[in-house]
Design a protein around this ligand. Structure first.
Ligand SMILES: Nc1ncnc2c1ncn2[C@@H]1O[C@H](COP(=O)(O)OP(=O)(O)OP(=O)(O)O)[C@@H](O)[C@H]1O
Length: 491
């Protein structure tokens, strides 16, 4: 395993400080047991509960009490070059004294050339120490190891309950595949929960599994997840987008890529507000039959000042681990257009996003939505960035009739009692959202008069609405003119 070779080399080269971010402590210990079989060194472990204990031979009593300062003192004065695995030690580094002690060890000021390893789920180091440290990624369990975890958990349940877990072979394989990207303890915990739910591992477990995996991976809190999202049956007037997705679904999901066909990467949905871009993004996920992951681009900037790029990187990495999925970047213009007033952050975010879009290997289909084209950087619109740029325009007459029918039906109203062509004619220039709002408002009017909803009430509600296409005529027209010839109509 190259990871073990790397660790052995680092220890042989007397690297003073290693940082390993993981929840899988057992795996770290196993790795270092292997390392010391190659590079003979004493191996120590420190935890807050047990203090400093030797791992490479049996030693019943702790040698040094859990105190952080005393531990570092013991390491500094130890004459034999050792490897010290410090679990959850980093919180102590906020104390100036502890930080100083560790720096002295790392800088080898009157101490032997030890290797200190800081281990924890997430380790933020003070700047002065970060510069002296080396972060080592620990590989995650592969398919074989995950399958072994699943078998072990099924056997444990059988021993405990006295009956076998009902396993659907195909579903079990999908479960194992979807555990990829998780550390062994997390994978074990999820499988155990799935088994304990109902004593079975079937396709019904997949939504729970994906949600649990998402919760673990969404450390930045910037992603939102929907397992079964909208379908194209929920949206009127995006026939070309629907056909586009249907045609590419097979290639997107194929286990082995067709060398003749580039797998679909993503689309930009540009359009007038309220015309169904968000709904279309969800329907694309539904059309591909994969979950939807929404990236909160606004929060990327607001939530963690100064950590924007790091959080974007983490969020995109997490999204790849949730593949196959659709990544929806809502209102992409808000996250990328700052007019250069943010010290170049949005430029770097754009650069990172473009590189990721070009180079990612995982089955993540990106859907970006935007209302304002003038705020979008030209690089994003250049040919080849997205497979297609669709324009979602105000709905035409027949589509408006369909939107009325959809929303009346959704509210269990008798569609056949309404004159849909007349409603469509009376709602010229309305967006889908405005049509929906007119229905809601008419329902309130009907309810206050204690009457069922009628055509006349609906027509009156339409009459009272001034649609955006009228209120913001110039902007809407400018967008439509820009889109003509540059974008593919969504319908
Ligand atoms: N073409 C449509 N078919 C059916 N419903 C629609 C359609 N367009 C809009 N709607 C209704 O209006 C709601 C709002 O639309 P949606 O949020 O998808 O529009 P949007 O283009 O993303 O708007 P915004 O740019 O303001 O975010 C939808 O949830 C849906 O109920």
């Amino acid at each position: 395993m190259s990871e073990l070779q790397d660790l052995t080399t680092l220890v042989r080269a007397a690297t003073p400080l290693l940082v390993i971010e993981t929840v899988d402590e057992q795996r770290v210990i196993e790795c270092f047991r292997h390392v010391i079989s190659q590079a003979l060194r004493p191996l120590w472990r420190w935890t807050l509960t047990d203090g400093l204990t030797r791992l490479d031979f049996v030693q019943p009593e702790a040698e040094v009490a859990p105190d952080a300062g005393a531990t570092l003192d013991a390491i500094r004065t130890a004459s034999e070059r050792g490897i010290y695995l410090l679990f959850d030690f980093h919180p102590f580094l906020r104390y100036a004294m502890t930080l100083r002690q560790l720096r002295e060890i790392v800088q080898r000021q009157s101490s032997s050339a030890h290797t200190v390893v800081l281990i924890g789920a997430r380790i933020e180091l003070p700047e002065e120490l970060e510069a002296l440290s080396m972060r080592v990624p620990l590989s995650l369990p592969d398919i074989k190891e995950l399958a072994a975890i699943l078998r072990a958990e099924a056997l444990a349940w059988q021993r405990e309950q006295g009956r076998r877990v009902e396993v659907d072979g195909e579903a079990a394989r999908t479960i194992v595949r979807n555990l990829l990207g998780l550390a062994a303890p997390d994978a074990r915990r999820i499988v155990r929960k799935l088994i304990y739910n109902d004593g079975a591992l079937t396709a019904n477990d997949l939504p729970d599994l994906m949600q649990a995996k998402f919760d673990l991976l969404n450390r930045s809190g910037l992603l939102h997840y929907e397992y079964a999202t909208a379908s194209f049956a929920d949206i009127a007037g995006v026939s070309r987008v629907r056909e586009w997705v249907q045609r590419r679904r097979g290639v997107f999901l194929a286990a082995t890529p067709d060398p003749m066909l580039d797998p679909p990467k993503g689309v930009l949905l540009l359009g007038v507000q309220g015309c169904g871009k968000s709904l279309a993004a969800k329907a694309i996920a539904g059309g591909f039959g994969v979950p939807l992951v929404r990236l909160d681009f606004g929060a990327l900037y607001n939530k963690y000042q100064g950590e924007t790029e790091k959080n974007l990187r983490e969020a995109l990495q997490s999204t790849e681990l949730l593949a196959p999925c659709v990544l929806w970047i809502d209102e992409i213009e808000k996250g990328l257009a700052s007019g250069g007033e943010d010290g170049g952050v949005s430029r770097r975010v754009l650069g990172y996003l473009l590189t990721w879009m070009a180079e990612r290997k995982a089955k993540v289909f990106a859907v970006a939505t935007a209302n304002a084209v003038q705020e979008l950087p030209a690089e994003l619109l250049r040919k080849g960035r997205f497979d297609e740029i669709f324009f979602v325009d105000l709905p035409q007459t027949s589509v408006r009739a369909e939107i009325f029918a959809m929303h009346l039906r959704r509210r269990k109203l008798p569609v056949e009692q309404f004159d849909l062509p007349a409603l469509a004619a009376a709602s010229e220039g309305f967006s889908g959202a405005e049509i929906e709002q007119a229905i809601v408002s008419a329902l309130y009017d009907a309810s206050s008069g204690n009457t069922p909803l009628e055509q006349a009430t609906l027509l009156a509600a339409l009459e009272q609405t001034r649609p955006l296409s009228v209120l913001m005529h110039e902007q809407v027209e400018a967008l439509r003119i820009w889109a003509r010839g540059r974008c593919v109509p969504a319908d």
